[in-house]
Design a protein around this ligand. Structure first.
Ligand code: HEM
Length: 317
């Protein structure tokens, strides 16, 4: 007689792969340093998927999703689970001209929907659940700008992995069994001096980005000398190219002169994002930093781990 192996349901990641939406909220929270607060946060985290479902159901076509990331400093106290192998706080990178700052952040809520009101409603309900156990460190509302352009005017997100390459690039697998189904998340909130950028010619801007502005066609990689943003953020080794998933969103307020890009990157391996940042801020070769940084200043920088949906839901068991 043959024995049938138990059917194993695959581990379900959070909705890291949610589609690009018209609106998003990036909410960074600090957890109050007290055991009661940790307990509240633990059960609040476990309820995120239910609360999201309640709001999402009111218009299923609006693709509401919420991805939750947990920072290194609170991981142990809040989850009580083994640490993801690469989880550590954002390491600042100090280049000759530009610095990638590291700023506080214990919990990240990345809320996405095609409807601003659904994002708003979910944020409101979730903050009610977290209550006094958290303090809001930063709340940024992003919006879709024309054909997925950033405020510098370039189409942003083109080279993102699609199909099976997407989970392969973003979701931890057997290499770290306790963290399987999760993803590392890196955020940086950038502001742009738009006037200075607009003084450049289109050709100068294109050389900085590495793509044509109007039709997004790729320019050839520089063989030596100054490399474009596209080339500096491409990580290749013996295993091939290492992708990440970006869901950058413009934000800002012309009335107060604020023009920004909220960078968010999801990755199966944190070191890949860190390597991209090193190449951008230090340069390759060192000294030739990413010229995009002459027009983009990061105000924040934090690392989170977005555990699998199963693990998140079970946090208060
Ligand atoms: C590509 C904009 C920051 C990683 C691009 C492209 C644009 C862009 C317009 C070309 C189109 C595309 O493939 O998406 C920006 C802006 C940033 C920013 C406005 C902030 C102000 C970052 C950071 C990272 C990063 C901080 C990584 C840590 C990448 C990667 C690509 C890319 C991996 C694709 C490269 C390729 O394989 O072609 N970015 N980016 N970007 N960016 Fe950024």
């Amino acid at each position: 007689s043959s024995s049938t192996p138990a059917r194993r349901v695959p581990i379900e990641p959070q909705s890291v792969d949610a589609p690009l939406t018209d609106s998003a909220i990036f909410l960074v929270l600090e957890v109050v340093d007290a055991p009661e607060a940790h307990a509240v946060v633990r059960s609040a985290l476990a309820s995120v998927s239910d609360v999201s479902k309640n709001v999402a159901f009111r218009d299923l076509r609006a693709s509401l999703s919420c991805t939750v990331g947990i920072g290194s400093d609170v991981w142990d106290a809040v989850t009580g689970l083994p640490r993801p192998a690469e989880l550590h706080p954002f390491q600042p990178i100090i280049g000759a001209h530009h610095t990638a700052v590291s700023t506080p952040g214990d919990i990240l809520l990345h809320i996405r929907s095609d409807r601003r009101d659904l994002c708003f409603e979910l944020e409101r309900q979730l903050l009610d659940v977290f209550g006094d156990a958290v303090r809001v460190v930063d709340e940024t509302v992003g919006f879709r700008y024309f054909d997925n352009r950033d405020l510098l005017g370039f189409v942003d997100g083109t080279a993102n992995p699609v199909g099976l390459a997407l989970p392969a690039a973003t979701v931890v697998g057997d290499e770290d069994p306790d963290a399987a189904g999760g993803a590392y998340v890196v955020i940086q909130k950038y502001v742009h001096p738009l006037d200075a950028w607009q003084e450049l010619t289109t050709e100068q801007q294109e050389a900085i980005i590495g793509r044509k502005k109007a039709d997004d066609v790729e320019l050839d990689d520089a063989v030596d000398g100054q490399k474009s943003h596209k080339t500096l953020s491409t990580i290749e080794d013996d295993e091939g190219e290492h992708d990440i998933l970006r869901d950058n969103m413009p934000f800002g307020s012309p009335g107060s002169g604020e023009f920004g890009t909220y960078f968010i990157g999801y990755a199966r391996r944190l070191w890949v994002v860190e390597k991209m940042l090193q190449r951008m801020f230090i340069g390759d070769p060192p000294g030739l930093h990413d010229r995009l940084l002459d027009f983009s200043t990061p105000l924040t920088g934090s690392v989170f781990f977005a555990p699998s949906a199963d693990l998140l839901d079970a946090l208060d068991d």
